[in-house]
Design a binder for this molecule. Sequence first.
Ligand SMILES: [Mn+2]
Length: 433
Amino acid sequence: MPFITVKLLDDSISAAVNTHTPRLIRYFQIKSPLRGNTQLRLRVMSSYMEIREGVEETYESIAGVIQNEPLMVLVSFLAAFLIIITIWALYRRFTRPQGEKFVNILTDMEEIAVLMHPNPDPDAMGSALAVRDIAEEQGVDATIYYTGQIRRHENRAFETVLAGEFNRIDEVQDIIEENIVLVDHNEARGFIGSEAIEPVAVIDHHPGDGTGKLFTDVREETGACASILTEYLQSLGWATEKTDDEVPVLSADTATGLAYGIYTDTNYLSKSCTPKDFAAIEFLSKSIDEEKMDRIQNPEVDIESLEIKARAILEHERRSAFAVCDVGEVSNLDSIPQAADELRRLEGINAVIVMGEKDGELHFSARSNDDRVHIGKVCERVMDEVPLGDGGGHARMGGGHCLVEYLEGLSDSNGMTRDDFKERLFEEMSGGS
Ligand SMILES: [Mn+2]
């Protein structure tokens, strides 16, 4: 900023300067107001002439540079342009919603396989429906697979009422598609060749190191995988009701499946859920088909399941707060855990084990409300003694299975009778022996 310093002898000259250059002076101050040596420093922003000269000079110098170094000027402009574009792209990359990123990886694909975890639960099933819908909206065919069994009545009702097209597989060759998307788990497991699978995308809320080749969204803090998928639908602009706009509309079946998945994984929004799960239910609520939801939540129960429950309640053996029941032969293995859940509700009972037999194999389910009884470890310890027996679980829920002939001993005397086994269960529940 140009400025001039004027030394003035007295105030009259100062006044003269002020009068003659009133418009030039923007600012002045008395530098040192000492007597007989008044120095007035005038700081002048610029005169009109100076501004004009300045502009002309700048213009000439720019024109000069362009004339002399046209290439350098062009390169500089390009570099600046590239830097701006890169910063913008990076910004977009880090702030783009996950749903958009997921859709982006689908663009080059014709078909995908959506793989649920073994014995899929409603969260896996609802999430799979949403991935299928998102893919098909992009013109990508999607086929849903699982291994194991869909056993619980509610889960079977889910399949019948909402989907009807889950494909059961035994080995990796059963999956035709090259690109596999995992939902509700992050590493494929449970069938022959599953360890060789390298998914293109992983969407999950479980701990683990599994990643997708092109896309990974694993959020352990979220209550349900279905909440993550609901967020995708929302960020991709899906509507929950038909509108005049040309946006995809969420189907009632998928909305109902997603909501039921969130309900079951968070025990109806009462445990391990986050504001995201609540927000997802809020978004889905307009599209939920209440009649179908009711059919899934309250499926018809076969007579055997009720009989097994009744047997567990009426015929269990009880020692202090622990109960064990051998319900005998069953045709539906799922009736055993259901009976265990029912028995645990009995007043005064803290830990239960229900066992039953199917096709020469003994299966048992265990539950505990008692912090002193880590029921998973109980199951593990009792099966340690049985050849090829398998048992384990969490503090409050466990189970196991073994072949009846191995339990009873093949030819030597190492085996135990069913009554011996019951004794062992009671011993382990009350702290081992
Ligand atoms: Mn889940």
